[in-house]
Design a protein around this ligand. Structure first.
Ligand code: PHE
Length: 344
């Protein structure tokens, strides 16, 4: 019987070591320590033994029972720890690991270039101001010498907010020039302002046209402002933004709200003036329209054209950006493609 107990103990412990799930432990307990187990049978049979035998076997049987109970408790603890480890494994936060870097945002290329343009003019003493994107017909057209019947209205395909027959109709500004009027109405000369902002045109989009784009308007009004001031200002701007070695061309152009009107082009950044696809073979790239503020526009804003004069200009921000970075399609700017945007 001694031997039977030894075997029973070692078989039970072997088996216990193989139990790998908490849920299987109960079955093991029933088999080796339960009411119908071999060990319980031995303990029950003690009364039928002689008193000498009972002492020896009884002591041994009780020590086996104790050993099995202790081993069960230990095994239970080990298995619970293991399963806790496993469930933590997936979600555990290891505070000793180095942190994951957060992706950090950056300014949109348009915002960057617009900021750069404005800071060049700020350096020449211009103040920076913004204006409304939803404008009145009066400010966008009428006050700028573009009456209802004027053929120049064709230059600005307009997105209307109200029915356009209404003389007070609202529209999405087609250029930043309406801010010339607002500034001259609100303040007395001398004035020196640049106005960055969004503009809209009702146009089919393609590689060179977007229905929403950005402009920076410039306005300077004072006594004795001449065409020479305009040219000096814009030439200086071009040198700062495109580099000293880039050629700049100043030519006549027509805008109803300036007289005379002009246009500034820079030497093609791609072919350096030789003629290529980007410049359409001309060697030059237009970047802005400009001119001396028309006397009628001045008087309409309560400024006496015999005392004050001034110049204005308006440039396309995406255009400057396209030329600086050699971008082949304006639609890249607002298509939210991170592969494009991350480059700036
Ligand atoms: N507003 C004109 C345009 O959008 C540009 C311009 C501004 C021309 C100021 C002359 C003076 O094309």
């Amino acid at each position: 019987m001694q031997q039977e107990l030894e075997q029973l103990e070692s078989a039970a412990l072997d088996e216990l070591a193989r139990v790998s799930e908490l849920s299987q432990l109960e079955a093991w307990r029933v088999q080796y320590l339960g009411k119908k187990s071999a060990l319980t049978a031995v303990l029950r049979s003690l009364s039928s033994l002689s008193s000498d035998e009972r002492k020896v076997i009884g002591a041994r049987a009780n020590s086996v029972k104790e050993s099995l109970q202790n081993s069960l408790a230990t095994r239970k603890e080990t298995l619970s720890l293991e399963s806790l480890d496993e469930s933590l494994g997936a979600s555990a936060i290891d505070v000793t690991l180095p942190g994951r870097p957060l992706p950090h945002g950056r300014l949109h290329p348009t915002t960057q270039v617009m900021g750069e343009i404005c800071s060049v003019f700020a350096g020449m003493g211009f103040q920076i101001i913004e204006g409304p994107e939803v404008e009145r017909d009066y400010y966008n057209f009428e006050a700028l010498n573009i009456p209802e019947t004027h053929p120049a209205r064709d230059m600005f395909a307009t997105l209307w907010v109200d029915a356009r027959e209404d003389r007070n109709a609202r529209l999405l500004r087609t250029h930043t020039s309406p801010m010339q009027i607002r500034l001259m109405e609100q303040q007395k000369p001398p004035l020196r302002f640049v106005v960055p902002g969004r503009t809209y045109r009702y146009e089919a989009t393609d590689a060179t046209h977007e229905w929403m784009f950005h402009q920076v308007e410039g306005l300077a009004i004072d006594v004795d402002i001449t065409l020479r001031d305009l040219k000096e200002t814009l030439f200086e701007f071009c040198k700062k933004v495109f580099g000293r070695d880039t050629g700049v061309r100043f030519r006549c152009d027509y805008f109803p709200f300036v007289e005379p009107g002009g246009e500034v082009a820079i030497e093609c950044v791609s072919c350096k003036g030789a003629g290529c696809r980007l410049c359409g073979g001309t060697g030059w790239l237009e970047i802005l329209g400009c001119g001396m503020v028309h006397p009628d526009v001045l008087s309409r804003c309560g400024i006496d054209p015999s005392v004050h004069s001034g110049f204005a200009f308006g440039m396309g921000v995406e255009r400057v950006s396209i030329l600086r970075h050699g971008i082949d399609d304006i639609r890249h700017f607002y298509s939210d493609d991170f592969r494009f945007l991350r480059q700036f």
